[in-house]
Design a protein around this ligand. Structure first.
Ligand SMILES: NC(=O)c1ccc[n+]([C@@H]2O[C@H](COP(=O)([O-])OP(=O)(O)OC[C@H]3O[C@@H](n4cnc5c(N)ncnc54)[C@H](O)[C@@H]3O)[C@@H](O)[C@H]2O)c1
Length: 479
C-alpha cells in the first residue's frame, strides 16, 4: 500500500506552507489549508501555478490527477479526517505549540503531526500535545515542491514509528528524508548553512568581497559540486587516488590557521545591514522577487534533470519518484484487459484491429487531424488493411504499437504498424493500411489541406530513412 497520504492538513500558507500545498496537490493528495491572511491565500494559487509549470518540465512520468486544495477557516476544519498535519506558521515557539496542540486535539488518532520549523527543538514543540508520540519535525527547503530534502527530527516523546511513517510519506511524494540522529538546534542542514552564512557576512564586513562576489565564489565553483557530491565526497575526490585520508593529512593542518571567523558572529550594525542590503539590491538588477523565483525554478529543473540522467544526488531521488509514477501508470504501454480474451484463451482478433486503429488515430492526431480540421470537412478514411497475426497475446500483456509511414501523396497515406509486447523484439502482429484523405461532406477523395499535407510529407521523408519492414506489401500467403 502506498504511504502517500490521501488527506493533508496544512497550517500556515506562507512561503513554506504554499510550497507544501503545491507538492501535495500535484501528488494527488486532497489538501486543506488553514491560513488567516488573505494575501497569503492568493499567493498559494500563484505558487501552485508555478509548481504545475515546473513539474510539466521536470518529468514526463504521468502525474496523478491533482488533489483538491481547499482553504478553510479553522485548525479544526483543516485537520478533520487528515492523515498528515504539517504546520508551517512563523518561527515562534508559543504560536507553534498552541497550534500543534489544537491540531492534536482535532486530528484522527492515526494521523501524524509535523512541523516545518527550521531550528526549534521538537521536544519544545510537542510540550502541549496530548499525544506527543505522533509528532516530529519535518524541515523542508524552499521551494518545497522542487527541493527533495526534508529533515526529520524526533523529540524526547516522539515514537520511533512516527519518524518511520513520516519517512515513508515524504518519500512517496518524491522527497528525500534525512533522519537527524539527535535533537540539536538547527538540525544538520541549517547548521551547515549557518556556518557558511557567518563566514559570508564576515567577508562583506571586512570589505574582502561584495555580496555578488561571495555568491560568485559559490555558484561558479563548489556550489555546482555540492549539488550532487556534498562536502565529504568532494574532499575525498580532492584527495586523489589516496582519497580522504590523504586529503585530511595534507589539508588538515590548515584548519588551525586563522582563516575563519567561524565561531564569531559579526555585529549586524546599521552600517553592515545597509551595505549588504544596498549590494543585494544592485545584484537583483530590478528583477521582482517573483521573476527571480521563476528564474530559480527554471534553472533548478534543468539541473535536476541533468542530475537525473546520471541518477546521482537529487537526480537519483527524482528517478526513484518517476519509477514509482511510471509503475502506477505506464504511458505508451497498454495492458491487455481480461475481457479481450476469447474462447481460445488468447486475445480475440478484433482487438488487434482495435489496437492498430487506435495507433492510426494517434498518428492522425499527431499530423494535425484534430477537432478543428474535422469540423472543416477534412479526414482520412481507412480503405484497406492487411493484418498478420504472428504470435498470441494474453490477458495482462503490456503492448505498444509503432507506426511507420511507407509512402504518401496529397490524398493517400500508406502506413505500417508493428504490435510489440513489452521487452520483446519480435512483433506480435503487423498491419499495413492504406488511408485516403476525404471531404467528409460528400465522401470524395480530395487532397489534404495544410498543415496536414505538409506534416504528412515531412513525416514520409523522415520515415523513408527507416528500413522497409519485411512484411510490407504482402498479401495472404498460400504455402
Ligand atoms: N522560508 C524558508 O526558507 C524556510 C525553510 C524551511 C523551513 N521554514 C520554516 O517554515 C515555517 C514557516 O516559514 P515561512 O517562511 O513560510 O514563513 P511565512 O511568514 O512566509 O509564512 C507563515 C504563514 O503563517 C501564517 N500564520 C500566522 N499565524 C498563523 C496561525 N495562527 N494559523 C495559521 N497560519 C498562521 C502567516 O499568515 C503566514 O502566511 C517556519 O517555522 C520556518 O522556520 C522556512
Amino acid at each position: 500500500m502506498s504511504a502517500k497520504p490521501s488527506r493533508v492538513a496544512l497550517l500556515g500558507g506562507g512561503v513554506i506552507g504554499a510550497g507544501w500545498a503545491a507538492r501535495f496537490v500535484l501528488n494527488g493528495c486532497a489538501v486543506r489549508l488553514y491560513e488567516p491572511a488573505p494575501e497569503a491565500r492568493a499567493r498559494a494559487a500563484d505558487v501552485l501555478a508555478d509548481a504545475r509549470a515546473a513539474y510539466e518540465q521536470l518529468t514526463l512520468a504521468p502525474l496523478p490527477a491533482e488533489g483538491k486544495l481547499h482553504l478553510v477557516d479553522s485548525v479544526e476544519e483543516a485537520v478533520t479526517g487528515a492523515d498528515l498535519v504539517q504546520e508551517s506558521v512563523p518561527e515562534r515557539v508559543e504560536l507553534k505549540r498552541e497550534l500543534l496542540a489544537a491540531a492534536d486535539r482535532g486530528a484522527p488518532s492515526e494521523a501524524i503531526v509535523c512541523s516545518s520549523t527550521s531550528g526549534l527543538r521538537p521536544s519544545e514543540l510537542q510540550a502541549e500535545m496530548t499525544r506527543p508520540e505522533r509528532f516530529c519535525v519535518a524541515h523542508p527547503f524552499n521551494p518545497v515542491y522542487l527541493l527533495p530534502l526534508v529533515e526529520l527530527c524526533a523529540g524526547e516523546r516522539t515514537a520511533p514509528a512516527t519518524v518511520e511513517r513520516a519517512e515513508a510519506i515524504f518519500r512517496a511524494v518524491g522527497m528525500q528524508p534525512l533522519v537527524v540522529r539527535s535533537e540539536i538546534d538547527g538540525f544538520v542542514a541549517d547548521r551547515l548553512l549557518e556556518a557558511l552564512w557567518r563566514e559570508a557576512l564576515w567577508l562583506v564586513h571586512d570589505g574582502v568581497a561584495t555580496v555578488e562576489e561571495v555568491d560568485d565564489a559559490i555558484r561558479y565553483g563548489a556550489g555546482l559540486r555540492w549539488a550532487f557530491m556534498g562536502t565529504f565526497l568532494t574532499y575525498r575526490i580532492a584527495g586523489g587516488d589516496e582519497g580522504m585520508r590523504h586529503f585530511l593529512r595534507q589539508f588538515g593542518p590548515a584548519l588551525e590557521w586563522p582563516w575563519t571567523h567561524l565561531t564569531d558572529v559579526p555585529e549586524l550594525t546599521d552600517e553592515l545591514v545597509e551595505t549588504i542590503a544596498a549590494q543585494s539590491d544592485a545584484q537583483a538588477r530590478d528583477r521582482s522577487p517573483r521573476e527571480l523565483e521563476q528564474l530559480r525554478d527554471r534553472v533548478l529543473v534543468r539541473l535536476l534533470q541533468a542530475l537525473r540522467v546520471e541518477e546521482t544526488g537529487a537526480g537519483a531521488t527524482l528517478a526513484a519518484w518517476e519509477r514509482e509514477l511510471l509503475a502506477t501508470t505506464p504511458p505508451r504501454l497498454r495492458r491487455v484487459p481480461p475481457e479481450w480474451v476469447d474462447y481460445n484463451g488468447h486475445v480475440h482478433e478484433s482487438r488487434y484491429l482495435q489496437l492498430f486503429a487506435d495507433a492510426t488515430d494517434a498518428l492522425l492526431g499527431s499530423i494535425g487531424v484534430d477537432a478543428g480540421y474535422l469540423a472543416g470537412g477534412g479526414s482520412y478514411f481507412t480503405v484497406e488493411t492487411h493484418l498478420s497475426h504472428l504470435r498470441q497475446l494474453v490477458a495482462g500483456d503490456r503492448v505498444e504499437v509503432t507506426t511507420q509511414v511507407l509512402d504518401s501523396d496529397d490524398r493517400r497515406l500508406h502506413v505500417f504498424h508493428v504490435l510489440l509486447r513489452d521487452g520483446e523484439a519480435e512483433p506480435v502482429a503487423t498491419a499495413e493500411q492504406m488511408l485516403l484523405h476525404v471531404d467528409t461532406r460528400n465522401g470524395r477523395a480530395v487532397p489534404a489541406c495544410d498543415p496536414v499535407r505538409e506534416r504528412v510529407a515531412e513525416l514520409t521523408q523522415r520515415h523513408a530513412e527507416l528500413p522497409r519492414p519485411d512484411r510490407a506489401g504482402r498479401s495472404i500467403g498460400v504455402r
